[in-house]
Write a protein that binds this ligand. Structure first.
Ligand code: SAH
Ligand code: SF4
Ligand code: F3S
Length: 492
């Protein structure tokens, strides 16, 4: 268990809206300068790094995977928990050494930590030349010039409109099969523990036309899966006024209806029946029946919903300002089961040891896990973030060892439930999308099923991006194993 606790911050690796880091790919298109980016935090941050790479490319930079040879190093940072910020500071020490050897290097901190700390970062970290918030990336070329002239380069302006809709992302670290599409930015929810509304600003949705266009371009490039990203995708909304402004610019007929998330999902699903569509994250207060029926209607919309509960106790949920209670949450899950059946994957985020959480209230989190039967979860202990509502209003009063013990119990419970859920898949026929060879063995391939579970199959005459119909033969708590029945079946 100790190992699991130490690994807590890397648990969500590879998943949407969770913590990990990535470095850049080597590009050699003959540009004069080299850019190295590392990205921390959620999928939205990874997606932003692809926008940043695109803006930099336009301004004479190729990407490199070796920071020693970079002219510019960017760290796209996360502030969600204290540990995320500590990791960034450690990386800055490493880059500091590289800069000592090559003082002409420019080092920039981008993203949520830049937004949270602003100029303070330049004072605290002597090695930082630029501080750029998530809505200021169009200003990067100017800021680089300013930094190169030896001046302070800071832009942490938060916008109410910026969605980078017209910027075609440069796909970094992509497997060529699956890509993220940001559909909105910011968050208006103000969960009391969360720093995101402060680092990402007000919620705003992106023009649906530009989203569909990006999905179509990905299909044309051979991609087979897109994940629509937002902190709260269910509150996606594109009003007729906004819609018509953009439509008139394109000489199209005006419309009177609002584009909701359900509409958008349908529009993206219609791009190609062979394009799988995923989305993340759904907020339990906003997910509508219409969204569930849209998922059911299209074979290519994956039957998987990330529906973070945070706590199973209504009093704690109120303190967290989640605006739903245990009964509401369970009602939403019942509706998911009614419309999409037992096979629909459901995952969650959980926080243990939130301010004033009692032992009984913690048991409510364990019991809601038993009722919902999550396929998997991202689990954290509470980390107070400066400036949040909880930091202002409540005392962070649960001792660290209790937070960690509760977290260990939640992790053990999740592992048991994941195993139980995976065993139910044995004997079932499912379609997986091949992503590549398995990490453990070249003799095995890996792909995900609709419910977002990794399935391992023996190698054969298949390639990345193939759909395979498989029969599940075995499982562990984390993985399914299968045998291939058919390549590229008629329905997904
Ligand atoms: N928008 C998403 C979550 C984004 S942050 C949603 O509303 O569900 C990802 C997860 O990090 C959260 O769901 C929460 O479980 C966790 N998290 C956020 N702030 C935290 C904090 N201060 N301490 C511990 N975990 C936190
Ligand atoms: Fe944070 Fe809540 Fe917004 Fe998610 S919905 S980003 S947890 S404030
Ligand atoms: Fe994402 Fe971390 Fe910012 S989770 S939105 S990068 S604080």
């Amino acid at each position: 268990m100790e190992n699991l606790i130490k690994d807590i911050d890397i648990l969500p690796a590879e998943e949407a809206l969770a913590c990990d880091f990535k470095t850049t790919v080597d590009e050699q298109t003959g540009k004069a300068k080299k850019l190295y980016i590392e990205s921390y935090g959620c999928a939205m941050n990874f997606s932003d790094s692809e926008i940043v790479a695109s803006i930099m490319k336009e301004n004479g930079f190729d990407t490199t995977s070796d920071f020693h040879e970079a002219d510019v190093i960017f760290l796209n940072t996360c502030s969600i928990r204290e540990k995320a910020e500590l990791t960034v500071r450690k990386r800055l020490t490493v880059f500091n050494k590289a800069k000592k050897k090559r003082p002409e290097m420019t080092i920039g901190v981008l993203g949520c930590m830049a937004e949270r700390l602003k100029e303070k970062l330049l004072e605290e970290e002597k090695v930082v030349d630029m501080v750029v918030g998530p809505d200021a990336y169009r200003d990067l070329p100017n800021l680089i010039n300013t930094a190169e002239e030896g001046q302070k380069a800071v832009n942490t302006f938060l916008s109410r409109e910026e969605t980078y809709a017209n910027i075609a992302p440069v796909r970094l670290n992509s497997n060529g099969v699956s890509a993220f599409i940001s559909i909105m930015r910011g968050c208006d929810n103000m969960c009391s523990f969360c720093v995101v509304p402060f680092t990402r600003g007000r919620e705003r949705s992106r023009d649906p036309f530009s989203i569909v266009k990006e999905a179509q371009e990905l299909v044309d490039l051979g991609y087979k899966e897109v994940t629509l990203l937002g902190q709260n995708v269910d509150s996606y909304k594109w009003s007729p006024e906004e819609n018509n402004k953009a439509r008139l610019d394109r000489n199209e007929d005006v419309v009177s209806e609002v584009t909701t998330f359900a509409h958008l999902l349908e529009m993206v699903a219609q791009v190609s029946p062979l394009l799988r569509v995923r989305f993340s994250t759904s907020h339990p207060k906003d997910i509508t029946d219409e969204v569930l029926y849209t998922i059911k209607k299209y074979d290519n919309i994956c039957k998987y919903i990330h529906l973070p509960v945070q706590s199973g106790n209504s009093r704690v949920l109120e303190l967290m300002n989640r605006t739903y209670d245990r009964a509401w949450y369970l009602d939403r899950v019942a509706k998911i089961r009614e419309v999409l059946g037992e096979e629909c994957g459901i995952s969650s985020d959980m926080i243990t040891g939130f301010c004033t959480e009692t032992e009984e209230e913690h048991l409510d989190t364990l019991s809601i896990m038993d009722i919902v039967k999550y396929d998997f979860s991202y689990m954290f202990y509470y980390s107070e973030r400066p400036g949040t509502l909880a930091a202002k209003k409540f005392e962070d009063d649960i001792p660290l060892e209790i937070k960690k013990r509760r977290l260990a119990e939640v992790i053990t419970k999740q592992s048991e439930i994941s195993f139980e859920r995976n065993k139910l898949d044995i004997g079932k026929e499912q379609v997986i999308l091949l992503e590549g060879t398995s990490k453990k063995s070249q003799e095995e391939l890996k792909g995900r099923n609709s419910a977002n579970k990794m399935v391992i199959v023996p190698t054969g005459n298949y390639k990345k991006g193939d759909y395979l119909k498989v029969k599940i033969t075995n499982c562990t708590p984390a993985t399914l194993f299968g045998e291939v029945l058919e390549i590229n079946p008629a329905t997904l």
